[in-house]
Design a protein around this ligand. Sequence first.
Ligand SMILES: [Zn+2]
Length: 177
Amino acid sequence: MAHPLTHTTVGLVIAGGVSHLTAIPENFLICVQMIAVFGSIAPDMVMIFPFVRDFVIRRKTTISIEETKLLSVLKAISHSIIVWCILITIGFILYPTVLSMYLLFFGFGGLFHSILDYFMHNSKEYEATDQPYLWPVPFDLPKIFSCDYRVGAGVLGLMKLWEVLLCMALIYVFAIL
Ligand SMILES: [Zn+2]
């Protein structure tokens, strides 16, 4: 995961961008834009339960949440670019129904979450717990970038300077959309 604030900011830009792609009734716009923002953080929501289990209930002092087999499967599904593309395709097939709007905004939000994670999950240190991006296909995208946000697997930390700058740039893009 990139920082939740970065994902939320990207979600806002996606919300603005998809609004231009689709004919959204004015009174429906805020609702579907919120769904895009929700979609942009949805893939990491599978980590909420283990996070609460480890740090609230068990009061563990380790820096990372425990990576179980179930969690790694859920992360693989929720971060699968293939799964998000299927949702978006169904959205386009059903367009312009109300359901298609939900699918398109939610789908683009989730898709860009996974793309952002792909760019920001490149540290060798976390390779063992990193999710693949092409589930259920048995091979993954090659790692060709060098940036990584994390201070621990599944751990929230302060945003790095370049991430703050990225968010500011994205907010500016959202403002002019
Ligand atoms: Zn993520």
